[in-house]
Design a protein around this ligand. Structure first.
Ligand code: ADP
Length: 343
């Protein structure tokens, strides 16, 4: 019937990934599965699919039909599938995104002014130009400068979220050495904290280049967010271990481990969602927006990479990112799996 089904990101779904076929083939319920139905006339319908498998015996019993075991079709699976039209929710979400986008956009000009003048005042005093500022004035302007940086990060994150929703966030991959990027970031972030020690380990230790086709700014945004979180959610300080492991499958596995507050088990599944924050962050009065990890995941997915984490509340968290390397550079120093023992 010229009907096609897509996931919310616009990727065509293979039949095995369709909610209806999933429930029939696996015999397990499917809940809150988002799909987009594209009709023959080109219009689309966003739907939420919930489905439960049904036993023939149960169905006949509900219908009040006498069950004759011998006549039950043994193999044909059945399911009750509900497609809910979520157009109004999507429209409301779009409206919210548009408002967010407008606000974030409008905030950029005044923020640039605040940042520009605060930086100019600080630099002029440091270089002896103009009337020198008193110590308390310098402190106040430094706070204004830091506040402006925070607001700029927040507005940039909001603009990215809106771009992602409108599928307008495009990455521009170019060959780049991930190792150089990581080393530079560690130096920069180490400057922001005295209570944490950021360590980098390379596997193998002889690693000197990790060329990948990436959008440098975007991967820096991902790693910077993960490292900043490792610092922020370890309020007692301590070591943060970052490692870069070159793998056999022409990939690099980046891990960032902290010994901070961790993420409660029950909240882990939704932590990559938009505006998702774990409850223990609030308890420790650590501020945040819950946008960073959402953006990290989307950006890593745009690079066709993977992102996941392991965490225990009160013990710490390790975030992992796997990215493809450029073929020429992938094999030379790669870790080889240990040869299996002869049988
Ligand atoms: P933000 O830090 O701005 O709230 P993120 O999207 O980066 O947003 O993270 C989402 C939530 O995941 C955080 O609010 C926090 O509850 C949890 N989280 C992320 N990283 C860590 C970490 N390293 N340790 C503990 N909790 C974390």
């Amino acid at each position: 019937n010229q009907i096609h089904i897509f996931d919310p990101q616009g990727n065509s779904l293979i039949p095995d990934a369709l909610a209806t076929l999933l429930v029939l083939s696996e015999g397990k319920p499917v809940s809150q599965y988002q799909q987009v139905v594209s009709r023959a006339d080109g219009t689309t319908l966003p739907v939420l699919v919930n489905a439960v498998p049904i036993e023939h015996r149960d169905l006949l019993a509900w219908m009040g039909t006498e069950v004759d075991e011998g006549t039950l079709p043994a193999i044909l699976p059945m399911a009750l599938v509900v497609h809910q039209d979520v157009t109004p929710f999507k429209e409301a979400e779009e409206l919210k995104d548009n408002v967010l986008g407008e606000v974030a956009h409008e905030l950029r000009t005044p923020l640039t002014l605040i940042k520009g003048f605060a930086s100019a005042l600080l630099t002029d005093t440091a270089t002896g130009k103009g009337v020198p500022l008193a110590e308390w004035q310098q402190e106040a302007i430094t706070e204004i400068d830091l506040g402006a940086d925070m607001l700029t990060r927040l507005t940039n994150d909001l603009l990215d979220v809106v771009r992602l929703q409108g599928r307008r966030l495009v990455i521009n991959p170019e060959p780049f050495n991930i190792l150089t990027l990581t080393q530079r970031m560690i130096v920069d972030l180490q400057r922001t904290t005295e209570r944490h020690q950021i360590r980098l380990s390379l596997i193998p230790a002889s690693l000197c280049e990790l060329m990948a086709s990436i959008d440098e700014g975007r991967i820096q945004q991902v790693l910077s967010n993960l490292l900043t979180n490792a610092i922020k959610y370890s309020p007692q300080g301590g070591t943060i271990e970052m490692s870069l492991r070159k793998e056999e499958q022409e990939t690099v596995l980046i891990s960032i481990e902290d010994h901070g507050i961790g993420i409660p088990q029950a909240e882990q599944a939704r932590i990559f969602g938009r505006f998702a924050r774990a409850s223990n962050g609030e308890t420790h009065r650590i501020s945040g927006t819950g946008l960073g990890l959402y953006l990290c995941r989307e950006l890593v997915l745009q690079h066709k990479g993977q992102i996941w984490f392991e965490s225990r509340e009160g013990v710490g968290s390790t975030f992992f990112v796997r990215l493809s390397l450029m073929p020429d550079h992938a094999t030379s120093d790669a870790i080889k799996p240990v040869d299996p023992l002869p049988v």
